[in-house]
Write a protein that binds this ligand. Structure first.
Ligand code: C2O
Ligand code: CU
Ligand code: CU
Length: 493
């Protein structure tokens, strides 16, 4: 990775005396750099590894910008981790060893497994220790991810690089003939905004970072700033993962082409949905099919973060200044360069059929309000927890908030204060029944584990996984909200 970046930038970087000054100018904006080839995380295919995988959580240095080594964290590397691919029906043993000087955990976000395997804050991995969960894979093909979930340290550890992709595949998916050559026409894209100063990644701190979540002036895709991807001139599948701490992306192509949304967090949709844009909040994933057969270069862009107005008020000047400093505006995410014409490819009309859960089976309703604990940013009331609460209470490791019976179906009604919050529930998949008292919106489609709320949503949740030895979490996936208390835990018995 380092090598290819260096050679790509060969002509552009000033080497030798005076380089420091030049670099400072060069990197002042954080993201001023020539296009770099998109990095593709290494694939660990569990079947080829006898379903035994090793991950080492490690600290390292990463040159996002050539010659500028940022201190970062990663799995089996310096930033992010390998993509783990597993098969439905298998049991996969993962040995996670912690080479950091601090505690960590590894949470399998979206995986339907019992509580003690989930990797939440209770499954601590001490420095020097190894955790060996054996994960039963019993769910349909999907794009999941893994990341740190250390108590109060999730935001810092994820921002520093502790996240990776986790793909489930199965026979049903294989028979559809979707593009599936990893890194070629089936491309993982971990989208993250990070703050760079003078070419070095810095960790935003302070009130703004606490309230709005840690953000950044630079968009990274798989850890690559200003990335471009060479893709075959045909139908290509993109697996989009919002791995930001707080940034909401509003994705579209700069030529306004349509694309096909084929999978939500829980896996394939029943049929592709043709769209021109897709919103992706932190923790959310989507798979899309894009037709590159016209051979034209095109860029994936994002519109401004819909949480920005809260951050800066409605004043457009304040907003554009804030956008320069903290990111969150309109920008290019990734450029595509198709090579070779292969003619337009057919998108399958139908994908999979799902067994629908009937809302009348719900035996209970619970209500949750995600609160920021104050009447406004000026209103004070920011105690030690930063005011982040669910139903008025900040997270506590030794308090179980809800008790659910295994096998039950319930309606969870969730709303958020002050801004939009991506609510995530561990150990389940749910469907959105209603939004703001009406029908769900287009982007609520499919089985999910994370959904953006502000106005109340009703979620139909089935609890199929036991959480007896250790609880499951539900929380806002703006990681600084989670770390500061916007999280609760439940057992399923
Ligand atoms: Cu992706 Cu509880 O987290
Ligand atoms: Cu999770
Ligand atoms: Cu939140």
């Amino acid at each position: 990775m380092k090598l290819s970046r260096r050679s790509l930038l060969g002509g552009a970087v000033v080497i030798g005396a005076g380089a420091l000054v030049t670099r400072s100018l060069w990197y002042a904006a954080g993201a001023a750099i020539e296009p770099q080839s998109l990095r593709i995380p290494e694939l660990l295919d569990a079947r080829k590894l006898a379903n035994t995988i090793s991950l080492e959580v490690q600290a390292g240095n990463t040159e996002f910008f050539p010659g500028r080594a940022s201190k970062t964290l990663g799995y089996n590397g310096s930033y992010l981790g390998p993509t783990i691919r597993v098969n439905r029906g298998d049991d996969v043993e993962i040995a996670v060893s912690n080479a950091l000087k601090e505690d960590t955990t590894v949470h399998w976000h979206g995986l339907l497994i019992p509580g003690e395997l989930d990797g939440g804050p209770h499954q601590l991995i001490r420095p020097g220790a190894t955790w060996r969960p054996r994960l039963p894979i019993r769910q349909p093909a999907a794009t999941l991810f893994y990341h740190s979930h250390a108590d109060r340290r999730t935001g810092v550890q994820v921002y520093s690089g502790l996240a990776g992709l986790f793909l489930v595949t199965d026979d049903e998916e294989r028979t559809l003939g979707l593009p599936s050559e990893y890194g070629v026409d089936d491309i993982p894209l971990v989208l993250q905004d990070r703050q760079f100063e003078d070419g070095l990644m810095v960790l935003p701190e302070g009130m703004m970072a606490r309230m709005m979540g840690r953000r950044g002036n630079t968009t990274l895709v798989n850890g690559t700033p200003n990335a471009f991807a060479r893709v075959p001139g045909r139908l290509v599948r993109l697996r989009l993962v919002n791995g930001s701490n707080a940034r909401i992306f509003d994705l579209s192509f700069d030529d306004q082409r349509t694309f096909h949304w084929i999978a939500s967090e829980g896996g394939l949709l029943e049929e592709p949905i043709q769209v021109r844009s897709l919103t992706l909040a932190p923790g959310e994933r989507a798979e899309i099919l894009v037709d590159f057969s016209d051979g034209r270069r095109v860029a994936l862009r994002t519109g401004p973060d819909t949480n920005l107005p809260m951050m800066m008020g409605q004043l457009s000047r304040a907003r554009s200044l804030a956008t320069k400093m903290f990111g969150g505006g309109d920008e290019v995410v990734l450029q595509f360069e198709p090579t070779g014409h292969q003619g337009p490819a057919a998108v399958p009309r139908r994908l999979i059929s799902r067994q629908r859960v009937n809302a009348s089976q719900a035996i209970r309703r619970r209500r949750f309000v995600l609160g920021m604990g104050m009447g406004g940013m000026m209103g004070g009331g920011m105690g030690s927890g930063g005011g982040m609460v669910i139903n008025g209470r900040a997270f506590e490791m030794d308090r179980i908030d809800e008790r659910v019976s295994l096998g039950d179906t319930e309606i969870w009604e969730i709303s958020g204060e002050m801004m939009s919050h991506p609510i995530h529930i561990h150990g389940v998949q749910f469907e959105v029944l209603s939004r703001n008292g009406g029908k769900p919106i287009a982007r609520d489609a499919g089985m999910r584990d994370t959904v953006l709320v502000r106005e109340p949503v009703e979620l139909l949740v089935r609890f199929t996984q036991p959480a007896v030895k250790a609880p499951f979490m539900y929380h806002c996936h703006i990681l600084e909200h989670e770390d500061n208390g916007m999280m609760g835990q439940f057992v399923t018995t």
